[in-house]
Design a protein around this ligand. Structure first.
Ligand SMILES: *[C@@H]1O[C@H](CO)[C@@H](O)[C@H](O)[C@H]1NC(C)=O
Length: 174
């Protein structure tokens, strides 16, 4: 049994590896579940993981896509060129918000898609870097979007998802 030592070593190594992959104490966010807003040029939006995906149907697996790599948290994607048509920033002591127009065709979103909402619970665990809460609505049928990241829960209402950007967050959609 001259190989027993190395066999034992391999078994120990395999156990260590499987424990490590099963659960690290520094649990990483699931792929791309962290967004961010820095300013009207550098920010992220949550979108379905696949081009052309229905907004509401992908509430459980949306991922963050950012305008630039500079603002993108680890594992976030980069937004397709031309997808963001306009971006208007509102910043207060309590929240930061971007609203504006998209060109849905740049991500093959459907003209018939009335849109939906992404927030801390959709997908579960999603968040906005540096803030405690966020809410985003995106409406492919009318080519508008809005996202707000908040310190306080009340500034990021998540219980009006069917009202649309203009009623939930207000802002500029020119
Ligand atoms: C949403 O929640 C806020 C705060 O609790 C409440 O004032 C408001 O009436 C709710 N709106 C809807 C549409 O449920």
């Amino acid at each position: 049994m001259f190989f027993s030592k190395s066999f034992f070593a391999a078994a120990v190594l395999a156990t260590v590896l499987s424990v490590a992959s099963a659960g690290s104490p520094h649990t990483q966010a699931v792929k791309g579940q962290v967004g961010a807003i820095q300013n009207a040029k550098d920010f992220c939006l949550f979108l379905p993981p696949m081009k052309g995906g229905d907004i509401a149907a992908n509430e459980d697996r949306a991922v963050a896509f950012c305008t630039t790599a500079k603002v993108a948290p680890p594992k976030a994607g980069i937004l397709p060129k031309g997808f963001i048509k306009s971006a208007h920033l509102v910043k207060t002591n309590n929240y930061i918000q971007i609203t504006g127009r998209i060109d849905r065709t740049k991500y093959s979103l459907k003209r018939t898609d009335g849109g939906g909402q992404y927030d801390m619970k959709a997908p579960v665990g999603a968040r906005c870097q540096g803030y405690n809460y966020f809410v985003e609505l995106i409406e492919p049928d009318t080519n508008i979007y809005c996202i707000r990241c908040c310190k306080n829960k009340l500034d990021c209402p998540v219980n009006k998802s069917t009202y649309g950007c203009k009623k939930v967050l207000g802002g500029n959609y020119a």
